[in-house]
Write a protein that binds this ligand. Structure first.
Ligand SMILES: *Cc1c(COP(=O)(O)O)cnc(C)c1O
Length: 402
């Protein structure tokens, strides 16, 4: 590593301490963990497209040996991520799912996880189809009432997995309340913070042990890269996760690390605008005659509103709604009519997207289970981008016949 950087590296687990906690968010987004390139002064972190690093003598090197273990572009991103989440240690992965995979590999057969029920479909699929056969048990619980986890707690419970706001129902889960229950019992808490972004919510400050991101969404922000991230404070936990990252090798390449670093520089500005637009759209949608329920935590009538206000800076850029005609066909008519809202999976980019969870992101969840959780056939999810809101509203009016 560069002289003067508070970094020490070992082959098994490079450990990076983030020292940028005192800056405010927008400053951290642009500067934390970054310094001009020592070789040239380049202000942007170079894309170190290399697999290995030359050593002067065996074991004598500049802190980099092999790029699965350490790559300077990735490490710059990892420092930056750690600072954004008010953590100490950041780890970048090839995708959000690779980050999920690394976290579950902390567990052993026989261990149990209590997870949010209304959860990213890919995470549910990995839990039930990949990890259950390895002997890990998952309980899916509606955590918007934290006391619902009590019947599932036992000596085997090793992890509580929280996603909030939930996807796609936008329920709010009280992170601090669940972390308190977990800490008393030595259970790790993981918060998938993808939907909120660190600009709106920093779960480590609320007592969480691990924060997870699909950086594919708000962090990258431009729908041009797939990447995942973890941030922790505890050094021992960081070592175990670095060991998994290096041993299993699901790391992002330097080009993708660069793209996310660049995206993060405007994170606060993008998320602010997206929240503003989402609020206006959620209010407008309530006036459309075809629309039945609008799910948006910014409404004071939303059951999670008070907790959202307590743990988030704003209410996010996601809005879901159902139709009076609660059928896939009615939803499909809307989804195929919008022009600015592009019909696509994913979220968190500058462009607005519209999606149908039942047939897209949540198709891997059995229908009965979907309906039980309130994810009905007509439910439509909007990822509100940063376009001019009048144009977005006109697009929805045209599609909904309002
Ligand atoms: C997209 C997403 C993931 C998975 O991330 P990928 O980058 O697509 O692998 C995990 N959790 C949430 C909440 C997501 O939206």
């Amino acid at each position: 590593m560069h002289e003067g950087n508070s970094v020490c590296a070992s082959y098994e687990a490079p450990i990076y301490l983030c020292t940028n906690l005192l800056m405010k968010f927008g400053t951290k987004a642009i500067h934390a963990g970054l310094e001009p390139d020592p070789a040239t002064g380049a202000i942007m972190t170079p894309i170190y497209q290399t697999s290995t690093f030359v050593q002067e003598a065996p074991g004598v090197h500049k802190g980099y040996e092999y790029a699965r273990t350490q790559n300077p572009t990735r490490i710059a991103l990892e420092h930056n991520l750690a600072a954004l989440e008010n953590g100490q240690f950041g780890l970048a992965f090839a995708s959000g799912m690779a980050a999920v995979d690394a976290v579950v590999k902390l567990l052993e057969p026989g261990d149990e996880v209590i997870s949010t029920n209304d959860l990213y479909g890919g995470t549910y699929r990995a839990f039930t189809k990949i990890f259950e056969p390895f002997g890990i048990r998952f309980h899916f619980v509606g955590m918007d009432a934290p006391e619902r986890i009590y019947p599932y707690l036992n000596d085997q419970t090793k992890m509580i997995w929280i996603e909030t706001p939930t996807n796609p129902l936008l329920n709010i889960i009280d992170i601090a309340a669940l972390c308190n229950v977990a800490r008393e019992r030595g259970i790790l808490t993981v918060v998938d913070n993808t939907f909120a972004s660190p600009y709106l919510q920093t779960p480590l400050d609320l007592g969480a042990d691990i924060v997870l991101h699909s950086a594919t969404k708000y962090l990258g922000g431009h729908s041009d890269v797939v990447l995942g991230a973890l941030v922790v404070r505890d050094e021992e936990l960081a070592r175990r996760l670095y060991f998994i990252q290096n041993s299993c090798g699901a790391i992002p390449g330097p080009q993708d690390s660069f793209l996310v670093l660049r995206g993060i520089k405007t994170l606060h500005v993008r998320v602010q605008r997206s929240c503003e637009n989402a609020r206006i759209i959620a209010e407008r949608l309530q006036q459309f005659s075809a629309v039945n329920r609008v799910l948006y935590p910014g409404f004071s009538s939303h059951p999670g509103h008070a907790i959202a206000k307590k743990q988030m800076r704003d209410f996010g850029g996601m809005v879901s709604f159902t139709l009076h005609n609660d059928t896939v066909e009615a939803a499909t008519r809307v989804l195929t009519k919008t022009k600015l809202f592009a019909l696509a999976e994913s979220l968190g980019g500058v462009e607005s997207l519209i999606g149908h969870p039942a047939s897209m992101t949540h198709a891997s969840i059995p229908r009965e289970e979907r309906l039980r959780n309130g994810l009905t056939d007509s439910l439509i999810r909007l990822s509100v981008g940063i376009e001019d809101v009048e144009d977005l509203i006109a697009d929805l009016e045209a599609a909904l016949g309002a």
